[in-house]
Design a protein around this ligand. Structure first.
Ligand SMILES: [Zn+2]
Length: 385
């Protein structure tokens, strides 16, 4: 009478425990109003479609290490040119939100968004119209900046003209004027810095979530990657990503279980849709019946941004997805070259002082022991040649 297969799946009540949920089943939860408190975990994969190069995801070899050197406070104070060259390229205003970002907005409009937690610093969630109270920028953002000397706060627009000219932005008032430490640093979280207070204040939101969507992230950066474990044990979870990540490794371990490997009596609750973020989101929207709404919202919003800027959109059209990604890749190489050139030019000026390529040292240091700052400090203790 009550064979195991006839029990309802605890995450997908319209399925039995012997059935494997799919993207269609996730869509059904949203369509039927069963998912009303949806939580999003967002990574670089949703912004590469906007042409934004991914500098901060681990596992990208030298780029990874270079990024670690650039996003390091000690290095910033020593060689600020590298970071400000990068900031000039990545500063908000150069990029447009993607279809994925507007899907987040659509969830907000439909009243079913519990929160959007992003690792991205590009402010595209904000630009897409997500409300502050639903948005946690876990690694900070370019939206505001702080003087490292006197802690005065600035809006991104206050320093924008100087950033876009490629300047090293320093605070030129009062006690900060002429102070080498008075760099105005955008409030993005550098390696080794603490996360924003909001991250910790809002952690409990996950316990009332009834659908988690993880999108465009390799889940390699902590503590962000641990957020997925904070949802209730019966909460369905969807991964939309180029490759499968965050999978459970032992029967009693934590992580996604897409196959039933852990044999949980409540059935499988995790679904993955491998591939491009925007494509996955569009498929999900179509299955819910929101594809028209989503297209319209994006068109309307891009038009509004066009009018605001008084010019044509610099971001790619939806048909140019692959091109945008290639562009993002090219851009990344380009920016890295520029950063390296800036550092080299700067080194040239200071050759008498040091005569060594600090960046190369920092990069080599990271590659060896993963700790830029300490390595560099050790190097500094050695007598100059
Ligand atoms: Zn200051």
């Amino acid at each position: 009478m009550s064979a195991p297969s006839s029990k309802p799946n605890r995450a997908f009540p319209h399925l039995t425990t012997s059935e494997k949920p799919t993207l269609e089943d996730v869509a059904k939860l949203i369509k039927d109003g069963k998912a009303k408190r949806i939580m999003l975990m967002v990574g670089a994969g949703v912004s590469t479609g906007a042409g934004i190069p991914d500098f901060r995801s681990p596992g990208t070899g030298l780029y990874d290490n270079l990024a670690k050197a650039i996003f390091d406070v000690d290095y910033l104070e020593e060689r600020p040119e590298a970071f400000y060259t990068l900031a000039q390229e990545l500063y908000p205003g150069n990029f447009r939100p993607t279809l994925s970002h507007y899907f987040f907005r659509l969830l907000q409009e439909k009243g079913v968004l519990r929160g959007c937690w992003t690792q991205n610093i590009d402010t595209l969630e904000h630009l897409a119209g997500l409300k502050d109270e639903l948005l946690v920028e876990a690694h900070g953002s370019f939206a505001t900046a702080t003087c490292l000397n006197c802690r005065t706060k600035f809006d991104k627009d206050d320093i924008k003209p100087r950033v876009l000219r490629g300047e090293v932005v320093r605070h030129d008032e009062g006690k900060c004027k002429g102070n080498k430490r008075a760099l105005i640093k955008p409030d993005i979280v550098f390696f080794g810095e603490g996360l924003p207070d909001k991250f910790f204040e809002r952690l409990s939101d996950f316990s009332s979530c009834d659908l988690l969507i993880v999108i465009g992230t390799s889940l390699q950066v902590g503590p962000f990657n641990s957020l997925m474990h904070r949802v209730p044990a019966t909460c369905p979870r969807l991964l939309i990503n180029m490759e499968s990540v965050g999978e459970v490794e032992s029967p009693r371990g934590l992580g996604f279980d897409f196959t039933g490997f852990t044999g949980k009596p409540g059935g499988i609750r995790d679904v993955r849709r491998l591939g491009d973020a925007d494509e996955g989101i569009m498929e999900l929207a179509r299955l819910i019946g929101w594809d028209e709404d989503l297209r319209e919202l994006k068109e309307k919003e891009w038009k509004r941004l066009d009018e605001q800027e008084g010019k044509a959109a610099p971001a790619p059209a939806k048909a140019d997805k692959e091109k945008a990604k290639e562009k993002a890749e090219e851009k990344r190489s380009e920016v890295i070259e520029q950063v390296e050139e800036t550092v080299e030019a700067n080194e040239g000026k200071k050759e008498d002082e040091a005569g060594v390529d600090e960046l190369t040292k920092a990069v080599a240091g990271v590659a060896l022991d993963g700790d830029t700052a300490d390595t560099r400090k050790d190097e500094e203790k050695k007598p100059a040649l």
